[in-house]
Write a new protein. Structure first.
Length: 436
């Protein structure tokens, strides 16, 4: 370590966390190890108090350090949770013992920054919403198994109805598992709109070759799907309780605004829109394109409602890893691809993907223009970044969003092109004129 650097944090400690042991490095160079049982964490905290430690830096190592971080915060320590990627760019770590010493030294010289940690009051909500997303993915895999079993019996329901796990699809599948084989009888279980518009195709799709092994696989997939649907319902109850509690911490807004329809995986939560708007301090996120109350609910669970931890919108998009990363050295210029983006970034990207397919939003027109030049991946990220900026402004400044529409965006874009052409022509000694 450069001796010209001066310590800015006295009585600092560094902790390297593992699955079986933690190593604590102190100011005097001493290193002490403890196990990871709760009683051993308590012993480590007692030692930190004895040595008058004021500030601690610990490397973020997945779930291993979560409880220790919470215990240290509860007893009043200043704790920096450090991104491991930031430590990789500073050489000098070889073993667990050297790890904690190196973390302690970097922290004492003020070279480490703490990761963003959501407020304690919304951690439970975030845990439930992430668990809900896991259940949705597991249920989705069960639907895929249902589709595979049907296809192996050449029952082509997936080609004629939008969702085999919808009301009509599930009624027909359960009737098949109950022994019904008559296509006409199965058709009668469909919604009237399907019978009126797709009767012939559904009848043709239901002429399958039934096999006991595939029927068994279909039954197992249906049971798994319904199992996760029940899990989702119970999870929604817990989410509703946490959301209602968060809403009660805020004053009731004068107006809740309008809610957008949630087309997929809608939570079964009473007064979802009112609770989300009240929890965000009266901000109706549904006014932003691509976002619904469910999007807002998930974002609250990931980042809370207080974005003061991000000084500017650029800090916010950088943390989301939606900002363009660059590595410049002399004449060499390279773009940098970020890995392991926060879950909040995924929510914005999902909304961005939806906007790309929309013909009515300016952000959709913006994204399609980028998609034509750079591809869909870059376009989704660019739209997600713009949407994240709008979200940050709404949450920090209460800014109202006014949708200008795709047509207005295209008009503005054309006007900018004309101005640029006029400037370029003037620079070259020419003058533009409209074609007759």
């Amino acid at each position: 370590m450069n001796s010209n650097l001066s310590k800015i944090r006295e009585n600092a400690a560094g902790i390297d966390v593992g699955s079986e042991e933690i190593f604590i490095g102190f100011d005097d160079g001493q290193v002490v190890s403890f196990g990871t049982f709760t009683c051993e964490f308590n012993a480590a905290i007692s030692l930190l108090k004895e040595k008058n430690v004021a500030t601690i830096a610990m490397e973020s190592t997945g779930v291993y350090g979560v409880i220790l971080f919470e215990m240290l915060k509860e007893v009043g320590f200043e704790v920096f949770l450090v991104n491991p990627a930031h430590l990789k760019y500073v050489p000098g770590r070889k073993t667990d013992v050297q790890d904690c010493q190196w973390i302690q030294q970097l922290h004492s010289f003020g070279l480490l920054s703490s990761s963003f940690i959501p407020d304690e009051s919304i951690k439970a909500l975030g845990s439930y919403t992430r668990l809900r997303e896991t259940y949705i993915k597991d249920a989705g895999r069960a639907v895929q198994h249902m589709q595979k079993a049907l296809t192996l019996m050449n029952i082509r329901l997936t080609e004629v109805i939008s969702q085999i796990h919808g009301a009509s699809g599930m009624r027909m599948i359960k009737a098949i598992l109950g022994g019904q084989r008559d296509p006409k009888a199965l058709l009668e279980l469909c919604d009237k709109r399907i019978r009126d518009n797709k009767a012939d195709r559904v009848l043709a799709a239901l002429e399958g070759r039934y096999r006991k092994q595939h029927l068994y696989a279909l039954a197992e997939a249906v049971e798994t799907y319904e199992f996760y649907q029940a899990k989702l319902s119970r999870c929604d109850v817990q989410i509703g309780k946490e959301l209602a509690w968060l809403a009660d911490q805020q004053p009731v807004p004068e107006s809740f605004g309008e809610a957008k329809p949630i087309r997929h995986n809608k939570p079964k939560i009473d007064r979802l829109h009112e609770h989300v708007v009240q929890a965000t301090g009266g901000i109706n996120v549904c006014e932003l394109p691509g976002l619904t109350d469910y999007s807002a609910l998930r974002l609250i669970g990931e980042i809370g409602v207080d974005l003061s931890g991000f000084p500017t919108e650029n800090h916010f998009t950088s943390w989301l890893k939606l900002a363009s990363g660059k590595k410049h050295s002399g004449k060499m210029k390279k773009s940098h691809k970020f890995k392991n983006a926060p879950d909040a970034a995924i929510i914005f990207k999902q909304a961005g993907q939806t906007l790309l397919e929309s013909k009515n939003h300016a952000l959709g027109a913006f994204g399609r223009r980028i998609k034509a030049r750079r591809g869909p991946g870059i376009a989704v990220k660019a739209v997600a970044r713009k949407l994240a900026i709008l979200y940050y402004r709404a949450m920090t400044m209460g800014m109202k969003f006014v949708e200008q529409g795709a047509e207005a965006y295209e008009k503005q874009y054309k006007e900018r092109q004309i101005k640029n052409l006029e400037k370029q022509a003037k620079r070259l000694g020419f003058q533009l004129s409209k074609a007759s």
